[in-house]
Every structure is written in C-alpha cells, then in structure tokens.
Design a protein around this ligand. Structure first.
Ligand code: GLY
Length: 395
C-alpha cells in the first residue's frame, strides 16, 4: 500500500488532472498545521475505546457529549467503514486492526429483518473490509450474502420495492424512502458473489419503481413514497426529514444521485445515468446552493442563509459525483467534488484538535424536523468524505 501524507492527498485531489502518473512525489502541503489537524482527528478514531454495544454516531462539540448507538441503528456500519477507509488512505495497520474489531460487532445484524438499512450497516463495514483485506474477503462475503437474504424478505412483489420502515404503520401502509437506494449495492454484490441474479433482480425492480415515483418534474426527489400493497400503486408522497412534503431535503438529493450512479455501475441502464445527472444538476445549480458547495440542510428552508448546513449531504454528493464523472466525463461533477474537498479542508470544517470525539468534520445536520443532530459532527459525513478522497485518488 502506498503511504501518502494527508496534505499530499488533498493536494493530489486539487491537482487531480496533473498528478495521475506520479502520486508519490507530490508537492508538500502549503499548510502543515492542517496536516497535523487531520492526523489528530484521524487518531481520535483509532484511539476511541472499542465497545461492541456503543457505536459513535454524532456529537455535540460544545459539550463533548457523544451520541452512541447499538448495532441495530442505521449508522452503526459507518464507524468501521471510516477506519477501513483510513487504513486505505494511510496504509497504517492500526486502522485495519480497529476496523476489524468494530466490523465484527455488526455481524449479528445479518439476521435483522426489521430494517431496510442492511446496506448502510453491513456493506459500509463488511463490504469495505472485503475490498481492502484479502484475508477477510471470503468470510465477509459470506456475511454480505446472508445479509442480502435477510434484506430481500422485505421485498413486495406487487409494489416491486423493498419496504423501508415499519413504524407509522397506521398511516404509511408501505413506505419507501429515497435513502433506500443505497442498500441496493449490497444486493448487487450478493449476486456477483453467488452468481444468483435474484438479489440484483430485486435491486433493479426497486430502482425502477423508485425512478417512476420518487422524482418531481424538476428532478428533485420526494423523501417518502407510500404504496398501496393491493394495487402496487403510489398513494402518497411526503417527507419525514425534509422541511415539508414539497421541499427538497439536501441529503435526499445526495442519496438519489449516489444511488442511481451506483446502480448504473451494475446495470449500465442509461435511464439511471440520466436521472443521476438530472438530480445532480438540480443540486449543483440550485439558486440556494452556497458558493462553497456545502448545501443548507433543505433547499427551501426560509431561514436560508441562516439555516444549518449539511456537510453529510455535500460529502455524499461529492462521492457520488466522482463516480458519475467516471461515466460521463462531465467535468462539472469532478469540479463539485473538488470544491467540496477544498472547502472542507479548512479549520471552519475540520474539528479542532482539542475536541475529544472520534469524528473529523463538523456541520452536518441529521434530523431537522426532530431538532436532532443539528450542525454537528456525524459519522456518515466523515464516511462519505473519506470515500470521496479515495475515489478522487483512484481516478
Ligand atoms: N437514512 C437516514 C438519513 O439520511 O438520515
């Protein structure tokens, strides 16, 4: 594994077109204090005490209180994923050792059929590890397939989609959220591992149903579409985490672009690419998109420009757009990802060295309607940031 200094990685990304052939002889950072800051933040992850029941999800930087969740939480796989990705970025075995430890605690989720979040939990941890550690590949792939078998129990043949949530059953007969697109990667990989197309077939049906019902004429996306299980038809289009039913929740747009770009990777269906591009364009060119590329949590919050921002929406979009660039060669997508990295590469966004908590970036927003995790470090903001760095490095 090639070891690069953190600043070199950032410089490489900014100079992405000129540093393709010689990644190990990059110019030194113009700001070594940022380098040290990254080192400190990355070390805060590897030094965080291992605990099989408490996965770090978010924190309040002012009080230092860390929100910890059990493995059943939808975010549990990101912390292990962050350690895996830091291993890939730094080449240091200490990250791999901790990644292996945290990943193991998620295995029991392979039997948890009460949630659609299997991909977030299992693929970000076991899936990332399977790609990076050949000694774990076979064992991790077995867990991916077992998890896929559990996830497809939530598929409804009439609706042709995977049920997202089980709560609110009295008002939501069969809810599907745009976030669910991210869980399809696990299914596509299960088909590759086993040679059985049944997982990918379900993923494709889900993506097609979502394509039909989740997008508005302006290519923004609804958050939740509720289906009638007798007719299979969409019967309500609402929000759960956005400003209102007609609004454009920033992270939802990112899930859509990332999800359809990823599904294009497995299918080469041009309709997926077209939708990913249309929603990406809606996002990037939105009149309420700030110059620095970090969106407000929802594009129509009337408090803009004083509304909270969402770094996680920016990093997820940036990661998706690096992949979208590889298929379209549209430099606008690469430019957005580079802008996000450049913006985040600053003391306004990297957590201060004095902050005690296993996170890298500040200013993500989790659930505004519930006044929960507003403008703070969140584990998946870091996950997609690290993935963006790795994707940029690989192109
Ligand atoms: N998947 C839940 C969220 O994006 O907050």
């Amino acid at each position: 594994m090639i070891k690069l200094s953190l600043s070199s990685i950032i410089v490489c990304m900014i100079m992405i077109t000129s540093c393709k052939s010689e990644r190990t002889s990059l110019a030194p950072s113009s700001d070594s204090s940022l380098d040290r800051l990254y080192e400190t933040r990355y070390e805060s992850l590897v030094n965080y005490p291992v605990d099989s029941l408490s996965f770090p999800r978010a924190m309040t930087p002012t009080t230092g209180v860390i929100k910890k969740v059990p493995s059943k939480d939808w975010t549990s796989g990101f912390f292990a994923g962050n350690l895996w990705q830091l291993y890939a970025l730094t080449g240091k075995d200490a990250y791999k050792e901790k990644a292996i430890a945290w990943t193991a605690f998620i295995e029991k989720e392979k039997h948890n059929g009460k949630t659609h979040d299997m991909g977030f939990k299992v693929y970000c941890s076991f899936g990332t590890g399977a790609k990076l550690d050949p000694s774990k590949k076979a064992a991790y792939q077995k867990i991916i397939v077992e998890s896929a078998n559990t996830l497809i129990t939530r598929y409804n043949k009439k609706v042709k989609a995977i049920r997202s949530w089980d709560f609110n059953k009295d008002i939501w007969e069969f809810p599907v959220i745009i976030d669910n697109m991210l869980n399809l990667e696990l299914l596509c990989e299960a088909s590759i591992i086993t040679g059985d197309t049944k997982y990918k077939d379900i993923a494709v049906n889900h993506a097609n149903t979502t394509l039909k019902n989740h997008f508005r004429p302006d290519n923004s996306t609804f958050h939740v579409v509720v289906y009638d299980t007798i007719t299979g038809k969409a019967k309500a289009k609402v929000t759960h985490q956005g400003f209102n039913d007609a609004s454009s929740w920033a992270r939802g747009q990112s899930w859509a672009v990332y999800g359809y770009t990823m599904m294009y990777r497995y299918t080469k269906n041009p309709a997926y690419l077209k939708q990913a591009e249309a929603t990406a364009n809606y996002f990037i060119t939105n009149k309420n998109m700030p110059q620095d590329g970090i969106p407000y949590w929802d594009f129509i919050d009337p408090k803009i420009p004083n509304a909270p921002k969402d770094v996680s929406a920016a990093t997820c979009m940036a990661s998706g757009l690096v992949e979208l660039y590889t298929y379209t060669k549209n430099k606008t997508y690469l430019a957005y990802a580079e802008k996000v990295v450049k913006t985040l590469n600053s003391k306004n966004y990297i957590l201060d060295a004095t902050v005690k908590g296993p996170f890298i970036l500040d200013h993500s927003t989790g659930n505004w309607p519930k006044n929960d995790e507003i403008d703070e470090p969140i584990v998946y903001g870091d996950y997609y940031f690290l993935e963006t760095l790795l994707r940029l490095k690989s192109i």
